[in-house]
Design a protein around this ligand. Structure first.
Ligand SMILES: *[C@@H]1O[C@H](CO)[C@@H](O)[C@H](O)[C@H]1NC(C)=O
Ligand SMILES: *[C@@H]1O[C@H](CO)[C@@H](O)[C@H](O)[C@H]1NC(C)=O
Length: 234
């Protein structure tokens, strides 16, 4: 199928995994430091309790976008996401792992303070990658990686890296396939995407020219890892 023809994996995966592991160590360190100096206080004002955001378990401690399930089937879930804010970067390339490594660094630098206010922003989930596979002999695909902007960041600082941009998504619906384990190469994502296509069994229901990979865990989480493939509903 055309959608998957052009994407191949090179031996970049482990190099990327190590890079991502390194930045997650930094993230844990920085967040731990923040927690140490500023313990979180939960204030309950009688009669004015704010209902805590119901977060899916697979987000663990990270903030992640809210959604409701519209339809649940054996092979997929149709979700409706509320309007969201993201910080994104785009890259054209052939290799998914290499592109992901580069884009992850750009976005991670942004949340680590490479922005107009030199503000640090907590890591969120998922790390979303949109793939637009390209036709033609060079098989160059367009990749866009996005980090979710938590509602807690009320005024996201402007990025200083010209390849990084803030953007908003209106409410949208996505067909989602969920699976566990480590995703070691692009072929693993493709296999799951093909399963999702089979379960939906109606390509008129979603956009077929692109799809998303969503990762929720750092390389350090060994058990209960969570990954998703999304097709956007029409
Ligand atoms: C990728 O993006 C570039 C620049 O925006 C565009 O010219 C090109 O057509 C895109 N390729 C695909 C496969 O969408
Ligand atoms: C897929 O859809 C076709 C009709 O469009 C139907 O005949 C077929 O049984 C469906 N397959 C599954 C596995 O639901």
């Amino acid at each position: 199928m055309y959608l998957f023809d052009c994407i191949t994996s090179r031996s970049q995966y482990f190099r990327m995994l190590i890079k991502i592991a390194a930045v997650f160590v930094m993230a844990v360190f920085v967040q731990g430091e923040k927690l140490y100096y500023k313990p979180k206080m939960i204030k309950i004002i009688p009669g004015n309790e704010v209902e805590p955001q119901k977060k899916p378990d697979f987000c663990n401690k990270l903030d992640c976008p809210e959604y409701k399930v519209i339809e649940s089937s054996s092979g997929y879930e149709l979700r409706e996401y509320t309007a969201t804010h993201w910080v994104s970067t785009t890259l054209a390339g052939v290799d998914y792992s290499e592109a992901s490594g580069t884009m992850f660094h750009r976005l991670f630098d942004y949340i680590q303070g490479k922005n107009a206010k030199k503000e640090k922003i907590a890591m969120t989930a998922p790390v979303l990658v949109r793939l637009i596979p390209g036709p033609g002999p060079a098989c160059e695909s367009n990749f866009t990686m996005s980090f979710f902007m938590s509602n807690k960041v009320t005024d996201p600082p402007a990025p200083t890296d010209p390849t990084v941009a803030l953007n908003s998504a209106p409410t949208f619906r996505a067909y989602v396939r969920q699976f566990g384990g480590y995703v070691r190469k692009i072929e693993d994502w493709i296999k799951e995407a093909q399963e999702l296509i089979k379960s939906i069994n109606d390509s008129s229901k979603y956009y077929t020219k692109f799809y998303f990979t969503a990762g929720y865990d750092s390389p350090f989480r060994i058990f209960n890892r969570h990954n998703e493939i999304w097709f956007i509903s029409k």
